[in-house]
Every structure is written in structure tokens, then in C-alpha cells.
Design a protein around this ligand. Structure first.
Ligand code: FEO
Ligand code: CA
Ligand code: CA
Length: 665
């Protein structure tokens, strides 16, 4: 019965999806500029600067200490695989250690109390690590140093799982029974992001207590500016903000990105779930229907009227953006960059193009939604990070149209052209951006199988696109780039810009793998035959390109894990070149009910940070021996503490090689 209630709630939330992974860090991007502009002299100069001016120094400096770069021996994947399976804990390849770095509820801000799940309040949670860690960014300290043993971690918190968070809330259902204002505000403080300073000492990574960069960003009380073409538009104005230029907080922060100038981009993904109310005669009816607003998953609108679309009709237009945060200045105000469009942004990874402009890729994670690219108007200034402050406010957003001949066209979302006109209800560029999805449909973009992470690889100038699954695609809806009906396994696309120009109108594309069991009839998987029975996966979600150009894929099968693979989620290395192309190799496995997020390497590739999200929740009725829904009192696992007084806790895990070597060497 309880299971039914839970599945009803998540089905209702998923139903909103039916209508319709990283990471170039500053080092890698800096290298690209370096290679392209051959400015070794400037690189030396940047290395000699003082700590203060290092904040304004070029990210080019990061490359200087990237020792393994270009070493072909290091690029081979030599680890022994983890086996497919599912149990209560995590597993890493032999010869590696996987240690918990920070857990939900651990103190982030100075003075925050230790976690006590029986006495949690919005006030305590405000200073503690949030729930469902997802994106992880690493910024070496000092900025520009390439330091792989001291840096900042920027971590997103995507959403909350009340049934395993709060004592006595096992009856949390679509009516939100038992949910109080305090619980809603704890949830609000659990969304957003955490910035922590970390240091490796005696071979082990530790948080720096009371670090000066420590910061919590929440949905509860973090003011944010709104900038770019939609800022100030009447459709963004509310009673609390008649200017349409300032909003409190950010929600459902899934993946993201780190820019070449060391800022942290937080993607707002499933924002529809936080709004309640009804759409009848609503001025934003057409717009909101396209995004599934209001899904009413959470009870926020009951206690905070801005999340009730009838009380505050425009608030939902102020979410679904990319938020830019300067982690090196804890007092700085985060900024929502409207030029990057409004949709269910999975992530925001970027690359510096040959002409110096920034090209940022972002998937819209919903069935039959689209793949986007933003090209900045101005080039990145590699010498002065402050000069890039508003670079993301000007440029062109494009959407992808895939062709069956193996090419794709990037279509510009520019007001006044190609039907993005008053005739179709667009009065300005602001309208095009607020209703990005509808504008992209007018242009004839290709509906995809849920685009998740998109990662450019600066070593070969290709771009990897994780398409996680789409059970709803029918056989008459298949196309060359989304070739399977009822695709519960997902696939990975590889895009190749013409002449390495990420701003080019036309790219080539190819399918790298079609996920699922290669030995199973009816799956039509596609893998290199060298892939072992542990090397294949289902539902690619987040990904990372390490500093040798190797691709690592993290999976999220959700509650359908049993059907998709029968094994828990994890991380796989996926070869992209040579005779090994298309070979997967399992490296890490998460505990039951969790998904794998946030893979991020230090510049020396000797540390891999991963985020274990929502342990004990997804599909536990299929976990042999447990076979029921988890609750706070009765979870499928109490990972990572295994303490009978502690619930399961989403946590960041640090993976290092026991001999101190490069991950995967
Ligand atoms: Fe938040 Fe699309 O994963
Ligand atoms: Ca994801
Ligand atoms: Ca996902």
C-alpha cells in the first residue's frame, strides 16, 4: 500500500516528463587556449603572480602542472572491473580506495551543528551539507595554480526524498500529509549548492574546517540577480520583485559546469515539481503546460505563496535557468543568466572555441526535448577573470536538428527570424528565452531521448551527449539519432564539429554506443565486442572527460533498474578511439536505490570525486531480500554510516589509487 502511494507520487511527477554529464574544468579549457594561441610566455607570467592577483590570473596556469597529459601509456585503462550486482554498499575497482568526504547534514558553515536527524530544523540545515549531491566542480587553490591537493569543491543539491529523511513521514503522499512549514523549509535549505574547501593531507582528503570560502546556496534565502535579455521583462515580475531582476534562491540543481574563468554554473532542472495551483484561465497556461508546471510534488506552495501559481503567476518563470556563482568570492550574488535559455537544464559544460568565444552545451532532460548550444558574442579573456563577468549575457542560443545523413544543423533561437515572431506569440527575445522549448519546436528541432550531460572533449574536439532513455518513443517516432522504440537503456552520441569549430553551423554525428545488455535479444545494444559482461551499462546520465581525454560515464536507471540492467548504477570508463572504441569497463558501483552523479577529476587525474545520490530509494521493491519501499525507520540500506540511529545519507566519495597513481592507469 505504501509502495503504491510512493509510486503514484513518482509516476505523477514523471508524467509531467511525458509531454514533450564532466567535465571540462578550467585546466582543460585553459590548455585549449594555450594550444590554440601558443602563449607560453603569458603562462609563465601567470605562474609568478601573487595570491591576490592570482584571482584575476589566467586559467592557463592550470595546465603547467598537469603531468600526465598526452602520455599515451597513461591513457590506457588498466584497472580490473567491478562486477555487476546490487547490495547495501559501494564497490570500487581493486587497488583503489573510495572514502566518504562529506554527507548530508555534515557542517559546511562555521558554527553549524552536527547532524541530528531527530532534531533537524531549517536553521541547522541552512549551515549543513544539503541533500542529493549531484554536480561536483573542482577549483584548484590558489586559483590558476593547477593544485591537485588543495581546492574548492562546488556541489549541487538536486532534490529531497522525504520518505527516508524525516522520522514518521512514511505516509508522505500526494496530499502531503504530515508536511509542516518547518519540513518545507528544511527541504528548501536542502536544495541549492555547497562550496567547501578541501585539502589532501597524509594521502587523505579532508574538508578544511571553517574555511573562508565555505558557502551554502539555498532555495530558502539566497538572493540572486537575473541578467541577460529576459531580465526585467514583465513576465518575470512578482509582488516581491516588481523589477523582475531579483529572485530568492535556486531549485533542483542537477549537473552544471565550471567556466574557464573559475565560476560555478548550477543548472535548474525539474523546477516544475515545486509549484502547485491550477492552470485554468492562467495567463501563462501555454508556457507552463509545456514545462509541466505545476506538478505539485512538494508542498512548498502551501507555506510559501510564491510557489502557488495562482497566488504568484510569474514566479515559475524565474526558474529553469543557469545560475552563475563566483566561488572565490563568498559574498558575491549568484546570477541567473537568461541568455542560456529556460528549460530543464541538465548541465552546462563549455569549451573555449578556436576563435576564443565560449561555447556551452546543455541538454533539456525530458522525453522528446532538445539539445542546445550557446555561443558567446565576445571571446573569453584568458588573462583577467573579472573581464568575463558578464560574458554569458550576450550571445546566441542554438538548438540541434539531426539529419539522417550523419550531420546536424544548429538553429539559432533569435527573435524576429524563422517564425520566432509575433505571429507565433513571441514579442521579444525575452519571450523566446522564457519559452525556449516552444521556440525550439517552431524551428523544427529534433526531439531526443532525454538529453542529460553533454561534455566537450578538448583533446579531440568531439562532444559526447548522454541520452538516458525514453520508454515512450514509439516505432513510428524513431529517427537516425534516436533509433530505438521503447528505449529504456539510452545511448551515447558523439558530435564532431567541422574543422574543430564549435561555433560552426553544421556538425557531424555518430552513435558511440547503444546501451543495454549486448547478449540480450530484443535490446539491440551496440558495444565493442571486447566489452565484458560487467562492462555494459544502461541509462547514461552524468559524464566526465579526464585530463587525458578519456570518457567516464555515470548511470541513473531510476526505479526501473531491474528491467534496464538488473545491476546497480555506477561509473564506467568508455573508450572513444582506436580499436577499443565503444568498450565499457565498470569502475565503481553505488549502493541499492542510489544513482551515480558528479564525476570530477583533479587536474592530475589522481583523484576522482563522485556523488552518491538518494541511497536506499529507487526501486527497492526489486532488491532481493528487502522487496518493499524504504522509509526513514526501515530503509533498504543505512549507507554510508550503517548506524541504526542514522538514515541513509547522500554523500560525496573520494576515489584514489592505493599506489598514488593516475585513476585508470
Ligand atoms: Fe537530474 Fe536529468 O538528471
Ligand atoms: Ca542527472
Ligand atoms: Ca537522470
Amino acid at each position: 500500500m505504501i509502495e503504491n502511494r510512493f509510486s503514484c507520487r513518482s509516476q505523477a511527477y514523471d508524467a509531467a516528463d511525458d509531454q514533450p554529464a564532466n567535465q571540462s574544468d578550467a585546466a582543460t579549457l585553459g590548455d585549449l587556449i594555450n594550444a590554440r594561441y601558443n602563449r607560453r610566455a603569458m603562462l609563465k607570467g601567470a605562474l609568478g603572480v601573487t595570491a591576490m592577483s592570482a584571482l584575476a590570473a589566467s586559467p592557463l596556469a592550470l595546465l603547467a602542472s598537469s603531468t600526465e597529459r598526452g602520455n599515451p601509456a597513461a591513457a590506457q585503462l588498466r584497472f580490473s572491473e567491478v562486477e555487476h550486482g546490487v547490495d547495501e554498499t559501494h564497490h570500487v575497482a581493486p587497488g583503489y580506495s573510495a572514502d566518504v568526504l562529506i554527507r548530508w547534514g555534515d557542517p559546511v558553515l562555521a558554527g553549524a551543528p552536527a547532524f541530528d536527524p531527530y532534531n533537524q530544523s531549517a536553521g541547522t540545515q541552512r549551515g549543513q551539507f544539503g541533500y542529493n549531491n549531484d554536480f561536483i566542480g573542482y577549483i584548484p587553490l590558489p586559483f590558476g595554480s593547477g593544485n591537485s591537493e588543495h581546492g574548492l569543491l562546488c556541489i549541487n543539491h538536486e532534490y529531497t526524498n522525504e520518505e527516508v529523511m524525516f522520522p514518521g513521514l512514511s505516509l508522505y503522499d500526494s496530499e502531503h500529509g504530515g508536511v509542516t512549514k518547518e519540513i518545507v523549509e528544511i527541504e528548501m535549505a536542502c536544495n541549492g549548492g555547497s562550496i567547501i574547501e578541501i585539502k589532501k593531507q597524509d594521502g587523505k582528503w579532508k574538508s578544511v574546517p571553517d574555511g573562508k570560502y565555505a558557502r551554502r546556496i539555498t532555495a530558502l534565502d539566497t538572493p540572486m540577480a537575473i541578467s541577460g535579455p529576459a531580465a526585467g521583462n514583465p513576465r518575470l515580475r512578482t509582488s516581491a520583485d516588481p523589477t523582475g531582476k531579483e529572485v530568492i534562491g535556486t531549485i533542483n540543481n542537477c549537473a552544471g559546469g565550471i567556466t574557464p574563468w573559475g565560476t560555478y554554473l548550477m543548472a535548474e532542472e525539474n523546477f516544475h515539481g515545486y509549484f502547485s495551483g491550477n492552470l485554468e484561465n492562467h495567463p501563462e497556461k501555454v508556457n507552463y503546460e509545456r514545462y509541466g508546471v505545476p506538478a505539485g510534488r512538494y508542498a512548498w506552495g502551501k507555506f510559501h505563496k510564491r510557489f502557488d501559481i495562482n497566488a504568484e503567476p510569474n514566479e515559475a518563470n524565474r526558474f529553469g535557468w543557469i545560475v552563475e556563482v563566483d566561488p572565490l568570492d563568498p559574498a558575491s550574488m549568484p546570477i541567473k543568466r537568461t541568455a542560456l535559455g529556460r528549460f530543464k537544464h541538465e548541465g552546462a559544460e563549455s569549451i573555449v572555441n578556436g576563435d576564443g568565444r565560449l561555447v556551452l552545451y546543455s541538454g533539456d532532460d525530458q522525453r522528446f526535448e532538445y539539445l542546445y548550444r550557446f555561443v558567446s558574442a565576445r571571446p573569453v579573456n584568458p588573462e583577467n577573470r573579472v573581464a568575463n563577468r558578464d560574458l554569458l549575457d550576450q550571445g546566441i542560443l542554438f538548438v540541434a536538428k539531426f539529419h539522417s545523413d550523419g550531420t546536424l544543423t544548429w538553429l539559432p533561437l533569435t527573435f524576429g527570424s524563422n517564425g520566432l515572431t509575433a505571429e507565433n506569440g513571441f514579442q521579444s527575445q525575452a519571450d523566446v528565452l522564457i519559452e525556449t522549448r516552444r521556440a525550439a519546436s517552431v524551428l523544427g528541432a529534433t526531439p531526443m531521448d532525454r538529453p542529460e550531460d553533454v561534455e566537450p572533449n578538448p583533446h579531440n574536439d568531439r562532444v559526447y551527449v548522454m541520452l538516458t532513455n525514453n520508454a515512450k518513443r514509439t516505432s513510428d517516432q524513431v529517427d537516425a539519432a534516436n533509433p530505438r522504440a521503447a528505449n529504456i537503456w539510452g545511448h551515447v552520441l558523439e558530435l564532431t564539429p567541422e574543422n574543430g569549430d564549435h561555433a560552426a553551423t553544421t556538425f557531424k554525428w555518430d552513435i558511440l554506443i547503444k546501451a543495454g545488455n549486448p547478449d540480450s535479444d530484443g535490446v539491440a545494444a551496440m558495444w565493442n565486442p571486447a566489452t565484458t559482461q560487467n562492462g555494459w551499462f544502461a541509462c547514461p546520465d552524468n559524464c566526465a572527460v579526464d585530463h587525458q581525454g578519456r570518457l567516464w560515464v555515470a548511470t541513473d536507471q531510476g526505479k526501473s533498474w531491474k528491467k534496464a540492467s538488473g545491476s546497480a548504477d555506477g561509473i564506467w570508463a568508455l573508450e572513444t578511439d582506436g580499436k577499443g572504441r565503444g568498450t565499457g569497463k565498470m569502475f565503481f558501483r553505488v549502493p541499492v536505490g542510489a544513482e551515480m552523479c558528479g564525476p570530477r577529476f583533479t587536474p592530475d587525474d589522481r583523484t576522482l570525486f563522485v556523488a552518491v545520490q538518494h541511497p536506499a530509494t529507487d526501486g527497492t521493491k526489486d532488491f532481493p531480500g528487502f522487496e518493499r519501499a524504504s522509509t526513514f525507520e526501515d530503509p533498504a540500506t543505512r549507507w554510508p554510516d550503517f548506524d541504526p540511529t542514522m538514515p541513509p545519507r547522500p554523500s560525496v566519495v573520494v576515489i584514489t589509487k592505493d599506489d598514488g597513481g593516475v585513476i585508470g592507469s
